[in-house]
Design a protein around this ligand. Sequence first.
Ligand SMILES: Nc1ncnc2c1ncn2[C@@H]1O[C@H](COP(=O)(O)OP(=O)(O)OP(=O)(O)O)[C@@H](O)[C@H]1O
Length: 362
Amino acid sequence: MYLSQTGGPSAALAVPPLVLFEGVTKRFPAAGGAGEVAALDGISLNVPKGQVTAIIGRSGAGKSTLIRLANGLEKPTSGRVVVDGIDVAGLSEGELRGIRREVGMVFQHFNLLASRTVFDNVALPLEIAGADRVAIGTRVSELLDLVGLADKRNRYPSELSGGQKQRVGIARALATGPKLLLSDEATSALDPETTRSVLTLLKQINRDLGLTILLITHEMDVVKQIADDVAVIDRGRIVEQGSAFDVLATPRHATTRSLLAGLPGHRLPDAFSQRLSAAPVDGGRAVLRVVSAAGTGSGLLADLVAPLGGAAEIIAGTVETVGPRSFAAFVVTLPPYQAEQITAASPLPAGLLSAEVLGYVA
Ligand SMILES: Nc1ncnc2c1ncn2[C@@H]1O[C@H](COP(=O)(O)OP(=O)(O)OP(=O)(O)O)[C@@H](O)[C@H]1O
């Protein structure tokens, strides 16, 4: 039994979309020419203007294919991909070049040209767009200031750290003043501290320039730090979407739960998971996962403890911050009848966002 009462409307419903995927299917010929692979299977998704939307999913779920559709690197087999009011699928190669100025992209492995300096790498999209030398000089200097690399303008990529390379990649992606930034695992090759500083830069760009960001990631820390909305993709279909807070605090779909399973508030200690049974055990206890809003001044401990009663034993717990909000997730054991009372209550006891019996132990 699983109950949740987060469920507030996600920002995706309130803010107009910059990118709209409508019934998008993408099939590729299968290896060896026998049949087809359905990489995307009827995707409908709004990417709200000015927000950071994260796509998460297992390897091979269709994440890269989805974001490559947004800048016309791939065309849908059917359905529409609308970017700022224009159906990208219907555009010629020439028209697509115009759209690509509106859509920047950053990559996991940076994709910098080794033979060009930092300045010349950032200048490249402007040269391709036909900008003059003076305009290029001014714009590149502005961008290098923005990403904190003004002193590295004459360096080559081989002389930079991973984080600095990604900052060059971000400056290059912003060169033509795009409305949309696509990020394909931009921080996967970076250490945790560098990841944080690159994400801080992306969030600052999102806020200060109002840039819409659509990113794919397998790192939940990325989602926690910068995403406003999350869509979960599984075998080419969106199986869950909502605000980052709701999806991380109270995941509903089995795929989302398994993607989050390693996080502290979701993970059951091994000693318990090995002993867990689906049915109550005579004289045993229920194992309950409860999630409560935190840091809202609502008296977290009192709110959490009161509905659980005095007999609850905490076996795991965490407080997680997602953007500006926090939640507390605890796994407790308690007598089965009490667990059932809590999960059967509608609405849930005050302060709880969700309560779920994970199983029973002797
Ligand atoms: N050009 C292609 N030709 C044939 N099959 C492809 C092609 N591109 C992607 N696929 C297939 O489509 C499916 C989705 O691939 P995609 O790269 O979009 O997944 P992903 O979620 O980004 O995976 P990962 O996290 O491993 O990068 C996979 O089964 C993949 O093998």
